[in-house]
Design a binder for this molecule. Structure first.
Ligand code: AMP
Length: 330
């Protein structure tokens, strides 16, 4: 531990001193929402410390201290219940930024009325361990009332890109995503923000919002992380029974098939999608929401694979709605 301290630059040490002052101030004020894991003091994150807070004000204080030192900041927005997919985003952010903030917030306004907001899995203790191990510096874990006043009434919407694919069955979802991500961008003011291609339409929607509203933030897309058998990692996989977990493999099998057909030179969307749908329909536990081929940036339906192509699907396995996709440049 002392060796770590001596290896730190003067800048790192002064940052540490500042953070320890903030911590002492917060503790003196009896603030319960934020704490510092003493155990990891000097040994975690590039800042040598990982903090967690539910307070917007504290996030701003922390970012302000980093900015005074000229440090760059990366943001990884998540809804928690972290797995290796989220971890890959954090690791990339740690590689590319001086400091990394992970937001861990189940955003109520991106859930429809009959969706799984109340049952969405949560495990903040496990999330903390994953973030510490990956080298994050700060977890922002607010309660809903910290993010949304009771008379909250301002929304951000990227209309056309939000309309197709998941937008058809989840008409208010991307408005909720854009709004919370916009708020997180204002709170954290990151240089870069990291999103998974697992949610390919979300990535397109965020890119569009950033472009349209001139946000000075680099959006970094990261590849899909899968289980060994191919299933895309997702917090929602935890809903699956043993039997459903086996049936869920039909998504990645169809994705790999479609990808292989395109690599072989097939360009006709109808042919590729029909073959993929046939594979999924052969699984009795699976019910297709959509399987489509679209332009990866505009999310407009295409008949022939051309340019940056996104083939995406949403499939119910029992009551659990899972998504998967591949992107190919042709
Ligand atoms: P979520 O917590 O589901 O809102 O996801 C937070 C971020 O992690 C989003 O940018 C997701 O696209 C990304 N993510 C989730 N699962 C994966 C995965 N299997 N591989 C890569 N990124 C993922």
């Amino acid at each position: 531990m002392y060796r770590d301290f001596y290896r730190m630059s003067g800048q790192e040490k002064s940052g540490l001193f500042l953070l320890s002052c903030i911590r002492k101030k917060l503790q003196a004020a009896g603030f319960a929402g934020a704490f510092v894991c003493r155990k990891y003091y000097l040994t975690n994150g590039k800042g040598g410390i990982m903090q967690i807070t539910g307070s917007i004000k504290e996030v701003r204080e922390c970012i302000g201290a980093w900015r005074k030192q000229g440090l760059s900041v990366g943001l990884v927005p998540t809804m928690g219940f972290l797995h290796e997919g989220h971890e890959s985003l954090i690791l990339r952010a740690v590689e590319e930024n001086d400091r990394v903030v992970v937001s861990d917030f189940v955003n109520p306004i991106q859930f429809g009325v009959n969706e799984d907001l109340s049952t969405y899995p949560r495990d903040i203790e496990k999330d903390k361990r994953l973030c510490e191990k990956a080298g994050a510096d700060l977890i922002f874990h607010p309660q809903p009332d910290e993010m949304y006043a009771s008379d909250f009434s301002t929304y951000v919407e990227a209309k056309e890109v939000s309309a197709g694919l998941c937008g058809k069955s989840r008409p208010t979802h991307f408005r909720g995503v854009c709004t919370v991500v916009c708020k997180l961008f204002h709170i954290v003011t990151p240089d870069r923000a990291y999103f998974g291609q697992k949610d390919a339409q979300q990535l397109a929607v965020i890119r569009r919002m950033v472009r349209d509203l001139n946000m000075n933030i680099e959006i970094v897309g990261c590849p899909i992380i899968r289980e060994e058998d191919g299933l895309a990692k997702s917090s929602r996989n935890t809903y699956l029974s043993e039997e459903e977990r086996k049936a869920a493999l039909v998504l990645s099998k169809a994705i790999f098939h479609g990808e292989a057909r395109m690599k072989q030179g097939e360009r006709d969307a109808g042919i590729i999608l029909d073959e993929m749908k046939e594979m999924i329909e052969a699984e009795p536990m699976a019910k297709i929401d959509y399987v489509e081929m679209v332009d990866a940036d505009s999310i407009e339906t295409i008949e022939k694979a051309e340019g940056r192509v996104l083939v995406a699907m949403a499939v119910f396995i029992g009551t659990t709605r899972l998504i998967d996709n591949f992107i190919m440049e042709v």
